[in-house]
Design a protein around this ligand. Structure first.
Ligand SMILES: Cc1cc2nc3c(=O)[nH]c(=O)nc-3n(C[C@H](O)[C@H](O)[C@H](O)COP(=O)(O)OP(=O)(O)OC[C@H]3O[C@@H](n4cnc5c(N)ncnc54)[C@H](O)[C@@H]3O)c2cc1C
Length: 408
């Protein structure tokens, strides 16, 4: 087990500087354009693929870094560049993690490369769990997966919503109900391979922020996938369902479902995205406060402005520490006895919202316009308290963990 450290090693510093260079030279200059276009920035994803940032290898290297700092460091730098573009670059990772966490070695080897494609022909992937009537309340999911034993195929029907890369993905990972009697314990995840008949994109959403990231409904109409597309395989699913039925009979402890396990593992990473956006806005505000003069002196000479900057930086550093701690715990298999993963996401996402609003205030009228990036950063920051579990749901998870009551 790696000791917890707050110091990046030399190799990590090199990776961080390389990512920062890409974020500063490629992502940030493209941010305003793709925010206005509200389209997936394919050329930027392709650039990221060319230099090796958009690839399974890079992601896996950070994911398995024993210090736990690889993923948060990478997320912070890319989202410092721009949240919408960075989400287009890392969105595939959410689906990939779903396969890494629940798939067999063969499924990992078959599907993850197809999620990314290659630098000449980049692809993206989507993780589809949320539904119109099942957002925070995952247990009320309705999308059904029924096994056709004669053909060894699963048949999927339902409507997913809010799917990042939904409909434009090469590979979709879909969470569906296999046993409605078991509530959230009766869910399973499926790969929907490229070009599968019956999967189509529904409405594409026009959003408040992260507008370079594609978000859409995904409609599943008699989608047939081979038995081998059930993540983890049929035997493992049958065992899990049998255990869940036994526990339900005994009225015993609840078991986590696949979607919740995926969300839990990704929460500190979302916290790190929020730290990146917050740091970006803080840096713009600090620079502005030291150069903008009113009443014959830089505005930072006023305590009212200086104290805001002090608070912004303090919360950003505190958020990063919570994120790094949770990531280290996740990688080293530490039990989250106080829901430290949720804690990190809660604090970092609320920090991003507050800090970006403070940045607008410090820039005055300029902060309110699209001439300066803090307006976009503030719109982008609002997503962090919503996706991967809202702030209210994080508080609920933390409180239930502390109180020792089951988390559904
Ligand atoms: C841009 C974007 C990208 C997304 N990407 C994906 C994706 O790739 N894949 C995917 O599956 N999903 C994705 N989501 C969905 C996201 O995870 C959900 O929006 C989120 O979980 C909240 O669900 P909801 O929108 O249905 O809100 P609701 O669950 O309806 O919540 C509405 C409000 O009620 C509050 N609330 C609900 N229950 C409680 C409670 N018990 N106690 C207190 N307050 C409560 C919530 O906190 C919130 O404030 C994305 C969403 C967005 C906006």
């Amino acid at each position: 087990m790696a000791e917890f450290t707050m110091e990046l090693n030399d190799e990590q510093k090199e990776v961080r500087d390389w990512l920062h260079g890409f974020a500063a030279d490629v992502i940030r200059p493209a941010a305003a354009e793709w925010d206005e276009r509200e389209e997936t920035p394919w050329p930027v994803i392709q650039e990221a693929a060319k230099v090796g940032i958009y690839s399974l290898d890079f992601y896996a290297q950070q994911y398995f870094d024993p210090t736990g700092l690889g993923i948060p460091m990478a997320m912070e730098e890319l989202f410092w560049g721009d949240a919408g573009i960075a989400l287009s670059i890392v969105g595939t990772g959410l689906a990939a993690v779903g396969v890494l966490a629940n798939g067999t070695e063969e499924q990992i080897g078959t599907w993850i490369p197809q999620m990314y494609g290659d630098a000449d022909d980049v692809k993206v992937a989507a993780f589809c769990s949320s539904e119109p009537d099942a957002g925070s309340d995952v247990a009320s999911m309705r999308t059904r997966a029924v096994y056709d034993e004669a053909k060894d195929e699963w048949v999927l029907n339902g409507t997913k919503t809010w799917a990042t890369n939904g409909g434009i993905a090469n590979v979709h990972v879909v969470v569906a109900v296999v046993d409605p009697e078991l509530g959230s314990k009766g869910h399973a995840s499926f790969i929907v391979p490229p070009g599968t008949e019956g999967l189509s994109q529904g409405q594409k959403f026009k959003k408040h922020g992260i507008r370079a990231s594609h978000t859409a409904e995904v409609v599943l109409d008699n989608v047939r996938v081979p038995g081998s597309c059930l993540l983890g395989g049929k035997e493992k699913l049958d065992e899990r369902l049998a255990r869940a039925r036994e526990k339900a009979r005994q009225g015993g402890e609840r078991v986590k479902n696949a979607a919740m396990a995926t969300f839990e593992a990704s929460r500190p990473a979302v916290g790190a995205m929020a730290v990146g956006t917050a740091r970006a806005a803080y840096e713009v505000a600090l620079d502005y406060a030291t150069t903008r003069e009113q009443f014959g002196r830089p505005i930072v000479d006023n305590q009212g402005v200086a104290f805001q900057l002090a608070d912004m930086r303090t919360s950003i550093d505190a958020a990063r520490l919570l994120v790094w701690r949770a990531s280290w715990m996740a990688v080293n298999g530490k039990p989250f006895t106080a829901a430290e993963g949720s804690m990190s996401k809660l604090f970092a996402s609320e920090t991003a919202k507050t800090v970006t609003a403070q940045a607008i205030q410090i820039l005055g009228g300029n902060g309110y316009t699209r001439e300066y990036p803090v307006e976009r950063m503030h719109r982008d920051a609002a997503i962090y308290t919503i996706f991967e579990g809202t702030s209210e749901i994080q508080r609920l998870v933390i409180a239930r963990t502390l109180a020792g009551v089951p988390i559904r």
